[in-house]
Design a protein around this ligand. Structure first.
Ligand code: PLP
Length: 318
C-alpha cells in the first residue's frame, strides 16, 4: 500500500483495496438516497468524465473522533468550486447524509483518524447525469511523519501566472478544487525524485525582484514573523491564483484571537527566506514546517510549538 499526497492511503501495486475503506454513492442528481458500496468492487463507469477528463471537483476532510472537521468551510468551497465548473449546485443535505453514512460504516470498520473525500463529477458521457461519491480511508503515516520531521521543499514555477481578481481566464478554474491534479502530482514526483519532500509553486516576478509565492500542490503556504514585537502570519493573496485553504482560514481566525496579526500579502520567495518560519497547511496533514527551501536550511523558531498547536486546533475545527 502506498501513501497518497493528500494524506489518505491508496491501493497497493496489485490494485488490492486497502483493508479498510468506506464508499458511498451519493447519487447527487437523482432521487435515490445515498447508498453504501462494496469498496472491493468498482463504482465508476468507464465513460465517467471524472476518469475521462478529470472534469469534476473534490474536497478532502480530516476525520477525527468520528467526525469531519471544518465541514462548513469545506462545504462552502465545494459549492463555490461547483459554480466555477458550471456543475449543478450540490445539495449539501444529501452530501452530508452521505458523509454520515460513510462515517457510520467507518466506525463499524474500526474507525480512527481518517481522510474523507467528497468527489463530484460531471457524470457519464453517455448520460450527462452528474455522479458523486464519499469515501473514507485511513490517514497515511506520511502525514504524521511530515508533521514530526518537517519537509524539505523546492520552489517551482507553476508554469502560468494569473490575476484572478481581473477574471483573466475563468476557464483556468484557479480557486476551484478540481479533480485535475495530475500536474500537482507530477510536481511532487519531481521533488521526490530529487530527494525532496514537497514543492512551493511560484510565479515569475513582475518587478519585485523575487518570484511570487503561490501555494503547495496540496497545501497553503504561511510565513511567520516573530521578532521586534511583531507577531505576524502571512499567506499569499488569493488574487495571485491559489486555492483558498480551509486550514489557513481557520488558523487566521484562531491565531487572530491569540494575538497574532494575520494578513494576506503579496509574498515573494525572498520573504520566505526572511521569515522566522514557513509552514505548509492542509486539512489532513494539518501542518508541515519547511525545514529547507531550495537547499537552504530554515531554522525552527521559538514560536514553532505555538504555531503548530494553533494549526492543529484550526485543522480540527476547534
Ligand atoms: N492548495 C491546494 C492546491 C490544495 O490542494 C490544498 C489541499 O488539498 C490546499 C491548498 C489546502 O487546503 P485545505 O487547508 O482546505 O486542505
Amino acid at each position: 500500500m502506498t501513501a497518497s499526497y493528500d494524506g489518505s492511503m491508496t491501493t497497493d501495486a496489485t490494485g488490492t483495496a486497502p483493508d479498510r475503506r468506506a464508499v458511498v454513492d451519493v447519487h447527487p442528481a437523482g432521487d435515490a438516497a445515498p447508498e453504501l458500496r462494496d469498496p472491493s468492487l468498482p463504482v465508476l463507469h468507464i465513460d465517467d468524465l471524472a476518469a475521462v477528463r478529470g472534469d469534476g471537483i473534490f474536497e478532502t476532510f480530516m476525520v477525527r473522533d468520528g467526525e469531519v472537521r471544518n465541514l462548513d468551510r469545506h462545504a462552502g468551497r465545494f459549492t463555490n468550486s461547483a459554480g466555477m465548473l458550471d456543475l449543478p449546485a450540490p445539495d449539501l443535505d444529501r452530501w452530508i447524509a452521505a458523509t454520515d453514512l460513510a462515517l457510520v460504516r467507518w466506525a463499524e470498520l474500526g474507525g480512527g483518524d481518517a481522510s474523507l473525500r467528497w468527489m463530484y463529477s460531471r457524470g457519464r458521457e453517455s448520460t450527462g447525469i452528474p455522479t458523486g461519491w464519499v469515501t473514507v480511508a485511513p490517514e497515511s503515516p506520511a502525514v504524521s511523519r511530515d508533521r514530526d520531521n518537517g519537509v524539505a521543499v523546492m520552489t517551482a514555477h507553476r508554469g502560468y501566472s494569473l490575476d484572478i481578481s481581473r477574471d483573466a481566464a475563468p476557464w483556468a478554474l484557479v480557486g476551484a478544487k478540481t479533480l485535475s491534479y495530475a500536474a500537482n502530482m507530477a510536481a511532487l514526483r519531481y521533488a521526490r525524485a530529487h530527494g525532496l519532500d514537497d514543492v512551493i509553486f511560484t510565479a515569475a516576478d513582475d518587478g519585485e525582484g523575487s518570484d511570487r509565492v503561490l501555494e503547495g500542490p496540496t497545501s497553503t503556504v504561511i510565513a511567520v514573523r516573530d521578532r521586534d514585537g511583531v507577531r505576524e502570519i502571512l499567506t499569499p493573496l488569493p488574487e495571485v491564483g491559489v486555492l483558498p485553504g480551509t486550514t489557513q482560514a481557520a488558523l487566521f481566525r484562531s491565531a487572530g484571537d491569540a494575538g497574532w496579526t494575520c494578513r494576506e500579502a503579496p509574498l515573494t520567495v525572498a520573504d520566505l527566506f526572511d521569515a522566522d518560519g514557513v509552514w505548509l497547511l492542509s486539512s489532513v496533514r494539518r501542518y508541515a514546517r519547511v525545514t529547507a527551501l531550495d537547499g537552504t536550511p530554515l531554522g525552527r523558531p521559538d514560536c514553532a510549538a505555538e504555531i503548530e498547536e494553533l494549526a492543529t486546533r484550526a485543522a480540527e475545527g476547534r
